[in-house]
Design a protein around this ligand. Structure first.
Ligand code: NDP
Length: 328
């Protein structure tokens, strides 16, 4: 009996594989805290969501090590463990979690069509975009080498590990200014490495930087290399005259901007100049009914696991409400 059932199931799977178009009520793209939280809520509401994990399963959190600021973990939690737990929780309620990334979209009419890995098309009544953003890096080999052991793109996530130490922040925008001020409260000294002769950050943040005594701004400096053996011990910079300058630091924070993963939707969804998807203020609703966006793909400012999770929850609740008004 059991064997017969199993065979049938296999048959079903084969049929699904062969079919070029699959239909669903709720498709979630992305496997960071926003995507998985949306999945937990959508699955518990019987929407039978399908979730595609994307190119970087677990999202940006997996580029850090320990998460100490997510509520509910007094001892902190390993970032991979947390993403594994979120995945298990989403699966427990019936989310169909799959490998694969969205490579194209047609949101011109409902049901919306999403192409996965350039091959398969999913037709969905509601779409939850939780595709996140990527931190921009300088592109140095040494930067890659020390990612997670001295190089970070998130001061709020990793700053605590550099308490009392000397660190550097690269960039002159709002993020760099905020991160430098935050780190100055924890660290002994913060260098800001700024390629221009001025900051791009807003006036209040600039003032905050200027009046913080343990921040030293190195204007018109660029980073040539980050040094160290196992962990970072310094950086070689080039100044405006082309001379090399060494700074001794243990943490190197890159804050030169993020790129939201929204390109495949740009024909249909309103975005800002950088590509962040615009939503109705205070909601995950995009300019297309039934299409919701949450997490870092809509958020250039807060970018925290907990804020991403919160907007993921909102997206699923809105998807549920939207579906409640129509028959599939
Ligand atoms: P921005 O694009 O505003 O700034 C990036 C900074 O990094 C610039 O100073 C830029 O230099 C520098 N930079 C870029 N590439 C390199 C490179 N290869 N080498 C060295 N330096 C480089 O990004 P942010 O993340 O700061 O801000 C993104 C958006 O989010 C903005 O709209 C900002 O206002 C908003 N934001 C608002 C906050 C708030 O309101 N509290 C907090 C954080 C962000 P250059 O100036 O020379 O181009």
């Amino acid at each position: 009996m059991i064997k017969f059932k199993e065979l049938n199931l296999e048959g079903e799977k084969e049929k699904k594989k062969e079919s070029p178009v699959e239909k669903t009520r709720c498709l979630i793209l992305g496997s960071g805290p926003a995507g998985y939280t949306a999945a937990i809520y959508a699955a518990r509401a019987n929407l039978s969501p399908i979730l595609y994990q994307g190119l970087e399963p677990g999202g940006q959190l997996t580029t850090t090590t320990v998460i100490e600021n997510f509520p509910g973990y007094p001892e902190g939690v390993d970032s991979f463990q947390m993403m594994e737990d979120l995945k298990k929780q989403a699966a427990r309620f019936g989310t169909d979690i799959r490998d694969g990334a969205a490579t194209d979209s047609d949101l011109s009419e409902s049901p919306y069509k999403i192409t996965i890995d350039d091959e398969k098309v999913i037709e969905t009544e509601t779409l939850i975009i939780a595709t996140g953003a990527r931190a921009k890096y300088l592109g140095l080999k040494s930067e890659q080498k020390f990612k997670g052991s001295g190089v970070s793109a998130c001061a709020l996530c990793d700053g605590f590990f550099y308490k009392g130490k000397d660190v550097a922040v690269v960039g002159g925008g709002d993020t760099a200014a905020e991160e430098a001020i935050y780190l100055a409260g924890l660290c002994n000294k913060v260098y800001m490495i700024v390629r221009k002769d001025h900051l791009r950050a807003s006036k209040p943040l600039q003032e905050g930087v200027f009046k913080t005594e343990n921040i030293e701004i190195l204007f018109e400096h660029t980073t040539k290399e980050i040094t160290g053996n196992e962990v970072v011990d310094g950086a070689i910079l080039t100044n405006r005259k082309g001379e090399e300058v060494r700074i001794d630091i243990e943490g190197f924070f890159v804050a030169i901007g993020h790129k939201p993963n929204s390109q495949i939707f740009s024909k249909f969804l309103e975005t800002d100049n950088t590509g962040y998807i615009k939503t109705e203020p205070g909601t995950p609703r995009t300019n297309i009914q039934g299409v919701f966006a949450c997490g870092d793909v809509i958020d250039p400012v807060y970018r925290q696991a907990v804020t991403a999770a919160a907007t993921g929850c909102m997206a699923a609740l809105d998807a549920e409400r939207y579906l409640g008004t129509r028959k599939f």
